[in-house]
Design a protein around this ligand. Sequence first.
Ligand SMILES: Cc1cc2nc3c(=O)[nH]c(=O)nc-3n(C[C@H](O)[C@H](O)[C@H](O)COP(=O)(O)OP(=O)(O)OC[C@H]3O[C@@H](n4cnc5c(N)ncnc54)[C@H](O)[C@@H]3O)c2cc1C
Length: 596
Amino acid sequence: MADYQAPLRDMRFVLNEVFDAPALWASLPKVAENVDPETADAILEEAGKIAGGVLAPLNREADEQGSKWNDGEVTAPEGFKEAYQTIVEGGWNGLGGNPEFGGMGMPKTLVAQFEEMIQGANMAFGLAPMLTAGACLAINAHASQELKEKYLPNMYSGVWSGAMDLTEPHAGTDLGIIRTKAEPNDDGSFNVTGTKIFITWGEHDMAENIIHLVLAKLPDAPKGPKGISLFLVPKFLVNDDGSLGERNSFSCGSIEKKMGIKGSATCVMNFDGAKGWLVGEENKGLAAMFTMMNYERLGVGIQGIGAAEASLQSAREYALERIQSRAPTGAQEPEKAADPIIVHPDVRRMLMTMKSYVEGGRAFSTYVAQWLDISKYAEDEERRKHAEGMVALLTPVAKAFLTDRGLDACVIGQQVFGGHGFIREWGQEQLVRDCRITQIYEGANGIQALDLMGRKVVASKGKLYELFAQDVANFLEENSGNEQLRPYLEQLAAAVERLDDVTEHVLKASAENPNEIGAASVDYTDMFGLTALAYMWAKIVKAASAKAEGDTSGFYTGKLKTARFYFDRLLPKTVSLAEGIRSGSDSMMAPTADEI
Ligand SMILES: Cc1cc2nc3c(=O)[nH]c(=O)nc-3n(C[C@H](O)[C@H](O)[C@H](O)COP(=O)(O)OP(=O)(O)OC[C@H]3O[C@@H](n4cnc5c(N)ncnc54)[C@H](O)[C@@H]3O)c2cc1C
């Protein structure tokens, strides 16, 4: 297994050369106050050291050890507590946080790179800063000033961590049917009672306090999703002077044995009249959660890229070292008993597929992060609203497509290792196991696809889709005179036209038959993602072609060759996806339950 190294070179390329992030930051006054290119670069450098030097070395042993539960207490794997301390010392939990409460106010375009490194190095650990940052977002956006002042500084610093408590044994996707109750007290607090399951890092020994954001129902709340409220429930109550008081009345009943991310604790949390405080308005808890979900869902998509990058680093190294058979065109290294497997076309197919998804995916996550930054920080309302539309449309694609392709890439990376990929020692099987959860949590990918197709595309009558199509059309127009780009632009234009047609088809078909939305959604998300990646690869070609001549490092020429591979071998998958979608819902709805 190669030692994970943060892909700083590519991150800098994406930020500075593909997206010109410094110009974006300069155009957003609130961002410009906190970041300039030098600061951003220093942050990337430092984050890379932590990812490669502190977190990656703990990854395998943590998988072997797992977190341990003993009578309600959870002990993180060896080294996690110290690593978490490194996160605290650097204030990394607050990287994107509100400076008014001690956050660093960095833009998501930069934070996304940090997240990818942490997740690529050690996903089980990375969930702790990720969930804390997510909880901070919800508190910052919806809690009272008093709660913000009391909790945010210690959460941004990382002295306290955060957990998100949504899921219950009978309620996962459908949170409208949760049973956890919150009864009001005279002092403005609430008593929260119920059981939550699958709560990541709900209990552990790395931080002094754990702040849970819990979804619960008030007495007489309306039925369904419109009757859910959000509560802040700390493990230790916090006194007015900020010191920690008595332990709150909830505990961790057990932790799950699971397929991957074994280092992280996945907790059953039992709330027994635990003291909590309302965040946001009564019965608007789900909406409050959704504020941070766009960030978290992109964060989970980024986990997919992180794992795939780690897998690619190892697979590339292995393919250069492992010798088996001769190249079809004759011996490449005749002095050896066989050639390295990288000479074989199929091994190259595997490596190039991984590289296409990883580097295209990194550009796509940065593209989505760019819209998140504009939607949050732009002063011009129209610009902000336009960006909000883009975020709404692209977030389910980022979550589902990047995690689906992330897992594909990890499985391919495992395949490059042959039988050794199946053996624990090499680390590839851990990446497959770890990455698998990214398709399931934070809203299963099937639900993300429904969100894209139903709530975003069909419900807006195609208007949100138009925002993306227009963005690509502008790029095509602006670059129509660029000779080097021409072949890519032609293929991109054809792919967007295909997506336009299919979008139109589903809009019409779903007006006749509601099943058409769910029948099309996953294939549509794939098609959308593949087309969006083609757009990213065209942008990458534009940035790289200027520097490819005389490039001896292989970085820029490699970009151009990978783009060619992507357009020739992966983008054509959209043709068959379109055909499948057009066949409609009949073939999946016709069988009776007995016939499935
Ligand atoms: C390791 C791990 C960590 C987790 N961390 C957290 C956490 O920190 N906090 C938290 O609150 N939760 C957490 N979860 C829970 C996770 O978010 C849920 O498991 C997930 O949302 C799916 O819910 P479910 O398991 O109940 O599946 P279900 O909702 O029962 O879904 C089962 C299947 O049915 C499909 N399905 C359901 N409804 C529909 C529909 N309307 N249309 C089409 N298909 C549908 C789903 O796509 C899925 O394939 C975690 C889970 C795991 C395993």
